[in-house]
Design a protein around this ligand. Structure first.
Ligand code: NOJ
Length: 585
């Protein structure tokens, strides 16, 4: 631990602006749980992407026994909970987000017994467990869809899905102009059982992911059964996929998204609500689910994957009788700019507080370019919805890693709940140079290679530098090829090494817990240049430099630093946590 003082007047006595507001809680959650007991309000939740975490059977795809065998590494890291992306029965056309049986484990990942063993090990380690729920669509191999295809138009079986007659002279044009999030039309025409071209079905994602009709009471009751199945098996909650998409506007009107709409959002912007996203009807569904979760002991949680803008609209998903959390994608999409970071933090705390919910924070997941690459993309490709060898403005690895470490240090000091994506604690970059023939994301195929898609953030993670597949699988098999230089990122290369990204995360999580930063009150520290993020929270002062010149640091013992410091100056693209002046000797 080092200590230093600054000489700058403004910085020695920083002014503080309290821009956060006290929660304005409209009503009490029906769970009846004490607010203080609601673990998810401050939790750090680690996303495990099962196919890429650890492979116990050596087939090159990660599995549940692999996860169980490596869970102690997550407890050691200091996270509170694990979220598992889908491991259910699935033909894997969208890496498991195409579910053919919601209440069983795909043999690729193991068995229900393997799930129970994982659950038990997590409990021993004090880790909560959240699973993914994919309610907007099923796989086209789900028994419900097979039955719908075999049945006649207008049948009860078809009524589970969004089947419509086509337009045009012979019904050979789709019912409307909607486009799939993965590219291409959002409608596919069936060949009816008698061999003739027939009705069309809606799929906001791949053709193999038909959308369910959530106005159908049968669909609703089936999903309540699914919730109960996993709650009975002891899960602490659900991450709800496409939680903004289940209800479509009456009449399914045509819609053309603005050119600047993000790819995962599929057309949602602050100014426009497409007829397939963010329809009011979705909230009724979550109110019912809230009641189901409340029947179970403990604090069960739902987190919405809802690409909804602006944050004030997203706050509807986390009203006291709906979900507990929503991913803060506005934060994820904020670039490396102090002004933008301050703005989004203020807006997030204010907006989520206004409905009594904690803000969440997230920088990476399995759908976006890893932040160790994304934060160093250039103006030519500012968000990088999938990058590959031919993308414009590819990131400089060292710059990306420096910014990622600093951004993570800022995130982990913020009040609320933070989500980590497997491998970010190793500083993994996006795997840019994947050979075309190894790519598997439906986006790559549906856009005929125009969009690289998400494979680059899904490459199996490295555990041991000298082992086959860097310890991911004993046989060396890996469903996506791992870049050769990933040996340097392997966990065993970083464990116990001062200054490594792994140790940075471990220290940040330990300090976050010690200073109770998840429940603390954030106050901005003024007096810095516009390129600096500076705040105090829970006895810690955080300073991050997004600019191009070093900045003077205030007085305080250094608790954490993302770069080696040479005196009281913070280099560009770095962040520190200092013991706040008031708390020093
Ligand atoms: C969001 C998931 O995170 C993504 O991976 C998936 O492709 C879509 N929803 C469709 O389920």
């Amino acid at each position: 631990m080092s200590s230093h003082e600054t000489t700058g007047d403004t910085l020695d006595s920083p002014a503080e602006t309290d821009t956060t507001t006290a929660p304005d809680i409209e009503s009490t959650p029906s769970s009846g749980a004490e607010r203080g007991g609601e673990w998810w309000r401050t939790a750090v939740i680690y996303q495990v992407y099962p196919r890429s975490f650890a492979d116990a059977d050596g087939d090159g795809v990660g599995d549940l026994p692999g996860i169980t065998s490596r869970l102690d590494a997550l407890a050691d890291l200091g996270v509170d909970a694990v979220w598992l992306s889908p491991f259910y029965t699935s033909p894997q056309h969208d890496a498991g987000y195409d579910v053919a049986d919601y209440v069983d484990v795909d043999p690729l990942f193991g068995t229900l017994d393997d799930f129970d063993a994982l659950r038990a090990r997590a409990t021993e380690l004090g880790l909560r467990l959240i699973v993914d729920l994919v309610p907007n669509h099923t796989s086209s191999e789900h028994a419900w869809f097979r039955a719908a295809v075999a049945a006649a138009p207008g049948s009860a079986e078809r009524a589970r899905y969004m089947f419509r007659d086509g337009t045009g002279p012979d019904g050979d044009l789709p019912p409307n102009n909607w486009q799939s999030v993965f590219g291409g039309p959002a409608w596919t025409r069936l060949v009816e059982p008698d061999g003739r071209p027939g009705q069309w079905y809606l799929h906001l994602f791949d053709t193999s992911q038909p959308d369910l009709d959530w106005t159908n009471p049968l669909v609703r009751s089936d999903f309540v059964d699914v919730l109960r199945f996993w709650l009975d098996r002891g899960v602490d909650g659900f991450r709800v996929d496409v939680a903004h998409g289940m209800i479509k506007a009456d009449g399914l009107p045509d819609y053309t998204p603005p050119a600047d709409a993000g790819s995962m959002g599929g057309g949602e912007t602050a100014d426009a609500t497409p007829p397939y996203w963010a329809q009011d009807g979705v909230h009724e569904i979550y109110r019912e689910w809230h009641q189901v979760l409340a029947e179970y002991p403990g604090d069960r949680v739902m987190v919405a994957e809802a690409w909804v803008e602006p944050l004030s609209k997203l706050a509807k998903w986390v009203r006291p009788d709906e979900m507990q959390q929503a991913f803060n994608f506005a934060y994820l999409e904020t670039g490396w700019s102090a002004t933008a970071i301050r703005r989004v933090v203020d807006q997030s705390i204010e907006t989520f507080s206004s409905v009594g919910a904690p803000s969440t924070w997230v920088l990476s997941n399995h759908d976006v370019v890893r932040h160790a690459s994304r934060l160093a993309l250039t103006a030519e490709n500012p968000q990088g919805h999938g990058i590959g060898p031919k993308s414009a403005g590819l990131p400089i690895a060292e710059l990306g890693l420096a910014r990622a470490r600093a951004a993570s240090a800022v995130m982990l000091a913020l009040p609320g709940s933070a989500y980590l994506y497997q491998g970010e604690e190793l500083g993994l970059p996006e795997a840019v140079d994947l050979p075309d023939e190894s790519r598997q994301d439906p986006t790559w195929f549906r856009t005929e290679g125009e969009r690289y898609g998400r494979d680059g953030c899904r490459v199996p993670i490295p555990w041991e530098s000298g082992a086959p597949a860097f310890g991911f699988s004993a046989t060396g098999a890996s469903w996506l090829p791992q870049p050769e230089d990933w040996s340097t990122y392997a966990r065993d290369e970083q464990q116990g090494v001062a200054g490594s990204t792994l140790e940075l995360y471990r220290s940040a999580l330990a300090l976050r817990a010690e200073h109770e930063l998840g429940a603390a009150h954030l106050t901005w520290v003024e007096g810095y240049d516009a390129s600096v993020v500076a705040f105090r929270s829970g006895g810690v002062t955080v300073v991050a430099n997004t600019g191009e010149v070093a900045v003077e640091l205030p007085v305080g013992d250094v608790l954490l630093s993302t770069m080696a410091l040479d005196g009281p100056a913070l280099p560009p693209n770095a962040a520190v946590w200092l013991a706040s002046v008031d708390d020093v000797g």
